[in-house]
Design a protein around this ligand. Structure first.
Ligand code: ASP
Length: 461
């Protein structure tokens, strides 16, 4: 067996494999002090320890068997490593809607790199279809890989390219657009696209997955099917996010692009509509609208694309004892806009006041949002709020901090005129500010957690 056959394994783990004539991609039965394990030996991450052998069980889950506990090991077969999923050409049915899937990267376009143990972008959208053939029941799907980045690497260059490509696809006549995107900053991109692409006649549905497709608990396929459904058949012609609703894959929620946020670092049901209720629920059987105040699908092709973007904007997340030099430094570096995520109703400490006044006097546009995410900036309630407004800081109602950031980048890309910037900032494009929170918005648990429901039922009895 070649050296390569034990790739990544070092020290004790490697010795144990060698002793039993076993390598990576061997089907094995391992007898250890903890019992017997049957599975496939996977390559070991180069950065991992040298004490464990990684086994993929038939359930699809991977476990680490401590090499020191191994008492026997038998190879029952060998497999070939398949690193690529073949791209599959989509069947065309003239009776079905035409959807384009624009790939930008993220976990939905990823699989595990067994050499480094990291998740790498590896699935092209075409490969994705190869593994989710149900998509052909819904539409004719064309796929285009625009970028292959994890979403922390998205920025103005990608936003602009994406917005322009959306405009072209609409002009070409597509019935719906799906954007595959990393989940981490999906809500940032959803917000900026809402501003850059206005009056779309078709749904623009962003989708991602929290767990890569090589994992049994992956949400990639179900999210993709639901997103494609919303793009192909849905009536909501807006920028939307379509992701897991409850903890299991019963349905996805459709969130408005300016009111959505990633709220959990690892749950699949991580996206929540904030300050409002989601627009709809989607499952393969159909779309159930939760509200009626949305922009309807149209047959015309008149969309407005405005890709203005000023990069010199920042968010200052206030914390007690924040020092004024932070504000001064930002101004000195030439920043033209600051979004403050303030405490409570929109506050910062007194030592910051002179620095904020200096910033406003230098023409920097400063807007206040709230860290609580739910609720409104209300600077008339406390004297401190009134004072902060007196410095020139503008309250941004219930705009989420990241949304306010994207909107200020977009506004300052168009003008530096104070009143005009203010008009753009405070005139909602798509509910980034609303007159009121619905009475049930904060209370409705968007996407029930079945375990919690069972628990509540059991104690009510
Ligand atoms: N880090 C990944 C990204 O945002 C996570 C994901 O896709 O879920 O690109």
């Amino acid at each position: 067996m070649s050296d390569d056959a034990r790739k990544g394994y070092r020290g004790l783990a490697r010795t144990v494999l060698e002793r039993h004539g076993v390598g990576v991609w061997s089907d094995v039965e391992i007898d250890s002090q903890q019992g017997r394990f049957t599975g496939l030996v996977l390559p070991r991450s180069e950065t991992a320890d040298d004490q464990h052998i990684v086994l993929k069980l038939s359930s699809g889950y991977n476990i680490g068997v401590a090499a020191a506990t191994v008492v026997g090991m038998k190879e029952t077969g060998r497999r070939e490593a398949h690193y690529h999923i073949p791209e599959k050409e989509f069947p065309v049915d003239p009776g079905k809607p035409n959807v384009v899937l624009l790939g930008t990267g993220g976990t939905i376009a990823s699989r595990l790199d067994y050499r480094t143990g990291a998740v790498i972008p590896a699935f092209s959208p075409g490969e994705l279809y190869g593994s989710v053939p149900e998509l052909a029941d819904i539409c004719n799907l064309r796929t285009e890989k625009l970028f292959g980045v994890f979403s922390e690497n998205m920025g103005p260059e990608q936003y602009i390219r994406l917005a322009e490509r959306i405009g072209e696809c609409i002009a070409e006549g597509v019935d719906g657009i799906v954007i595959g995107h990393g989940t981490d900053t999906m809500h940032h991109t959803a917000a900026v696209l809402t501003f850059m692409v206005q009056n779309t006649p078709v749904p623009i549905v962003m989708v991602g997955s929290q767990r890569s497709s090589d994992r049994p608990s992956s949400d990639a396929a179900s999210n993709l099917i639901n997103a494609v459904k919303a793009a192909a058949e849905g009536d909501i012609a807006e920028v939307l996010v379509c992701m897991f609703g409850p903890t299991s894959d019963q349905y996805a929620l459709l969130h408005r692009g300016t009111r959505v946020r990633k709220m959990h670092s690892s749950y699949r049901s991580t996206f929540r509509t904030i300050g409002d209720v989601p627009l709809a629920m989607v499952d393969p059987a159909g779309i159930r609208h939760l509200r009626q105040d949305y922009k309807r699908r149209r047959t015309d092709r008149s969309v407005q694309i405005n890709t203005a973007f000023e990069e010199k904007v920042t968010i200052l997340y206030y914390y007690p004892n924040m020092r004024p030099d932070v504000v001064d430094a930002v101004v000195e570096k030439g920043y033209r806009g600051i979004i403050i995520a303030g405490t409570g109703l929109g506050h910062v400490n007194k030592p910051l006041y002179p620095a904020l006044r200096r910033a406003c006097e230098k023409g920097v546009h400063v807007y206040m949002t709230v860290q609580t995410l739910w609720g409104y900036v209300q600077m008339y309630v406390y004297e401190t709020g009134r004072e902060i407004m007196g410095l020139g800081v503008q309250p941004a109602a219930n705009m989420l901090p990241e949304v306010a950031y994207m909107k200020l980048c977009w506004a300052l890309g168009q003008t530096d005129d104070r009143e005009e910037v203010q008009r753009i900032m405070l005139t909602p494009v798509s509910d980034e500010t609303t007159d009121r929170e619905p009475y049930n918005g904060y209370l409705v648990f968007q996407g029930e957690i079945p375990e919690v429901q069972d628990f509540l039922r059991s104690i009510k009895r």
